[in-house]
Design a protein around this ligand. Structure first.
Ligand code: FES
Ligand SMILES: [Fe+2]
Length: 371
């Protein structure tokens, strides 16, 4: 790709990628016996738990006359619509009762389905598989299985702590994702005396390599200009601290830091809610600092600061983006963003034209930038 291509021409029309797992809600926001609402890829969902606590996700619209099922109530493994009392199995969406039918009316109730989605709980979040859209006007049938297992944070010991953070971003998923992988904003957006200052900016070289449906910043020793990594080196008493950062479609950024027997692992996702809104969820697991009583809170504090700085920045950016200004991506600092757009359009091409996935990277690359 040549330099300075306008972002618009690389963005496939703010299209969203169907056929993947997405984080819908934190587990602790979905209580037994209650119905929660969520939105993924412009699809309204009702999310709840069956009597065994197992999570389910249905399209939040009754297949009869469209009443949101979230207005209804749970009755064991069934959800009852508040308008005419039709009942649906919460996991399959299959209709099991239409109260208005009289005995001689032989409507095949069990052929009617509310839209249902594969739903799994992983690492304190409820994940929902959003399938490729079926033919228009086809109505709902039994939901197919997900094509892949729901993503999970890699963990390297039996005992660990886990915490999450979430923030709504007033921008398209593409701006959310490229904001996440952009190395050059660090010194300007994420300044704090305990982290780094603008003056600590220096030249960096990072090796990247293609991985299936994504790219990896190869294992490296993290930047020496941040205090926490210096601390970690002392604490772990390990010569080498290793960090690997992966980005994989549709929206997964995972970071693994290992130092001797200690590890820190996170999976950050930017989830499309609508075409112009997304949400960032950071979930981290670690066995570091387990002896510090405030370890998790401390970590959450640090991450919350970062996420809030990013959120605030994107909120301001969305003001600037309102009237479609000309944008550009430069080398090398914006190269990961270009790869993202390349990966995304390759995936859209697979879905639209059934061609083979064409990875935008042909091999390992070293990028240089100042940050
Ligand atoms: S709209 Fe749901 S039962 Fe009629
Ligand atoms: Fe950031």
């Amino acid at each position: 790709m040549p330099d300075e291509i306008p972002v618009q021409s690389q963005t496939p029309d703010a299209l969203m990628l169907f056929g993947f797992w997405y984080r819908a809600l934190p587990s602790d926001r979905v209580h037994r016996g209650q119905l929660a609402k969520a939105m993924l890829l412009e699809q309204p969902l009702v999310i709840g738990r069956d009597p065994q606590g197992q999570a389910f996700a249905l399209r939040d619209a009754c297949p009869h006359r469209g009443m949101p099922l979230s207005c209804g109530r749970l009755e064991g493994r069934q959800i009852e619509c508040s308008y005419h009392g039709w009942r649906f199995d919460v996991h399959t969406g299959q209709c099991q009762l239409i109260p208005s039918l009289v005995p001689e009316q032989n409507l095949k109730v069990d052929r009617i389905y509310a839209g249902s989605y594969p739903c799994e709980e992983r690492d304190d979040f409820i994940w929902v598989f959003v399938p490729d859209p079926g033919p228009a006007g086809a109505g709902f049938t039994k939901a197919g299985a997900a094509s892949t297992p729901a993503p999970e944070i890699p963990k390297f010991s039996e005992h660990y702590k886990i915490a999450y953070l979430t923030a709504d971003l007033p921008c398209s998923v593409d701006h959310g994702i490229i904001g996440l992988m952009d190395p050059a904003h660090g010194p300007f957006v994420h300044q704090a005396w305990w982290w780094r200052t603008q003056h600590s900016i220096h030249e960096k070289r990072k090796n990247f390599e293609p991985i299936p449906y994504g790219f990896r910043m190869s294992a490296h020793t993290p930047s020496s200009n941040s205090a926490p990594y210096k601390l970690l080196r002392l604490y772990a008493d390990a010569d080498s601290i290793n960090t690997t950062i992966d980005f994989v479609l549709p929206n997964l950024r995972s970071e693994i830091i290992r130092a001797g027997k200690y590890w820190f692992s996170s999976l950050t996702t930017v989830t499309p809610i609508t075409r112009s809104q997304c949400r960032i969820d950071v979930v981290a697991a670690w066995n570091l600092f387990r002896w510090i009583p405030f370890g998790p809170q401390l970590l959450k504090f640090v991450f919350a600061k970062f996420v809030e700085q990013d959120r605030r920045t994107m909120e301001l950016q969305s003001e600037g983006l309102k009237h479609n200004p000309h944008l550009m991506l430069i080398d090398d600092a914006d190269r990961p963003a270009k790869w993202y757009f390349g990966l995304k359009s390759a995936m859209l091409d697979v879905k639209k034209n059934g061609v083979e996935f064409k990875h935008p990277m042909s091999g390992p690359v070293t990028l240089k930038w100042r940050s």
